[in-house]
Design a protein around this ligand. Structure first.
Ligand code: ADP
Ligand code: MG
Length: 427
């Protein structure tokens, strides 16, 4: 899924790394809630942040109705997907662009028909794009200038940081790469809060002049207050723009939320739309398992993100490719092992399974019992290679051996990866 652009920009600038949701490139054990633009904008509007008037529609008829109700001089139609870069995206209906401007409400209907139900591919979507279920129908405003603004938690400064650039619009990564001097940062002291001189300095750096300067500073302050209120890890507004009429407006919105705050942000987390999440990932989360899908054919069943990465690397080293990994975590139950197997084998790409568990807190015998039970009940059809080490490992090995199941055991990680890769080649 889309990685955080603001985090990416900070990384490019050599600041700390923030965990994004970038599959493959990074291994993350935490998933940050991401909302659709219209949901984020509703939160913004409710908290005094300026956004344009809008409705959400899930059919062409509804979009037409919305366009008429807005009574706007011009309408902007925006496909709602979690990934960015929609402006430059392409639909599999042939329509170019996930963001369209039109003055004719009937055109809204025609355009929506080519958006809803089709997949939109952008620089940030997985291959094949993401299916569009909703469009945002908003009042278009002329934009005389597009700037970039984000607030995010940054490890390097142990707290929130304000990031902005007068060069906003579509490609902030490019700005960070080619003209890093055009990216400005303000570190915020979480205890003292955002200071007026900081918001004004940012407004200046973004190039807001005259009465727009105070307006921009005011919007930045409200965005910061919202950031804290909703336990966001990131608020990104690109473009943070100005209109010829002299208004500072947040034209786009991307908010990520800290999953650790779910207990006190129930209303926000209830808006979670999992239709864009890998269904196996959502299913895994139900059992407190972390699943990450990749494109190879060897399923990896591990405990701990570090071991997951090492396992993937060693498979790669031996000429294989991981299909996924499932992280069991610490206090494992036998039933979780069963669920884990069910999830791993549900993926049709999987041609072999490699179990690599290091029993520190985990008792290997529990894992072994879980494995034998799952193998019998699920009638496993692919080769299974198991490497267990640590607490109660001898008992675990005995359980596996006496089970009579066709399980290949391995002595160490290297041996396990070699055997898993070989088990596929044999076929
Ligand atoms: P994305 O970042 O996914 O490409 P945006 O919402 O930033 O999507 O839209 C892309 C571009 O479309 C913006 O940079 C802006 O130029 C234009 N745009 C977006 N919203 C409006 C609006 N309300 N009125 C006029 N133009 C808009
Ligand atoms: Mg944008």
């Amino acid at each position: 899924m889309a990685a955080s652009m603001a985090g990416h920009v900070l990384r490019q600038l050599g600041a700390s790394s923030l965990l994004g949701r970038n599959k493959g490139a990074q291994v993350t054990t935490r998933r940050w809630l991401n909302l659709q633009e219209y949901q984020s904008k509703k939160l913004m509007a409710d908290n005094g942040v300026t956004v344009q008037r809008f409705f959400v529609a899930d059919s062409a008829g509804e979009a037409l109705e919305a366009a008429k109700r807005l009574k706007a001089r011009e309408i902007v139609l925006k496909a709602q997907i979690l990934a960015g870069g929609r402006g430059k995206g392409v639909f599999d209906s042939g329509l170019k662009g996930g963001v369209h401007l039109t003055k004719d409400p009937n055109k809204v209907e025609v355009l929506t028909k080519q958006m809803i139900g089709y997949h939109l591919s952008t620089k940030q979507t997985p291959q094949g794009g993401v299916k569009v279920n909703k469009v945002m129908v908003a009042e278009a405003l002329d934009i005389s200038r597009e700037t970039y603004l984000a607030i995010l938690m940054d490890r390097a400064c142990n707290g929130p940081v304000l990031v902005g650039s007068p060069q906003g619009g579509v490609d902030i990564e490019e700005v960070a790469e080619k003209t890093p001097e055009l990216i400005f940062k303000e570190e915020i002291d979480i205890f003292d809060g955002i200071q007026d001189n900081q918001t004004l300095r940012m407004a200046d750096n973004l190039g807001f002049k005259g009465p727009l300067r105070q307006q921009a500073a005011d919007q930045i302050k409200r965005l910061y207050q919202l950031f804290l209120k909703v336990d966001a890890t990131q608020v990104e507004v690109n473009p943070f723009g100005e209109t010829p009429e002299g208004q500072v407006v947040c034209f786009d919105a991307k908010i990520n939320f800290d999953d650790n705050a779910q207990f006190r942000q129930k209303e926000i987390f209830a808006m979670d739309d999992t239709s864009e999440t890998d269904p196996i990932e959502s299913e895994a989360a139900k059992y407190d398992l972390k699943y990450i899908g990749m494109d190879g054919n060897i399923a990896c069943f591990v405990n701990g993100a570090g071991l997951a990465m090492a396992t993937c690397d060693i498979i790669d080293l031996h000429g294989g490719k991981p299909a996924n990994f499932l992280d069991l975590g610490g206090g494992v139950q036998e039933s979780q092992v069963y669920q884990a197997f069910k999830l791993l084998t549900a993926d049709p790409k999987v041609e072999a399974i490699l179990i690599n568990i290091f029993g520190g807190i985990v008792n290997c015998a529990i894992i072994a019992n879980g494995i034998t039970k799952a193998c019998r009940e699920l009638e496993l059809k692919v080769p299974l290679v198991v490497r267990l080490e640590g607490t109660n490992v001898n008992e675990a090995k005995r359980i596996l051996k006496e089970s009579g199941l066709p399980i290949t055991s391995a002595n160490d990680l290297d041996d396990a990866a070699r055997k898993a890769v070989a088990s596929i080649r044999k076929k």
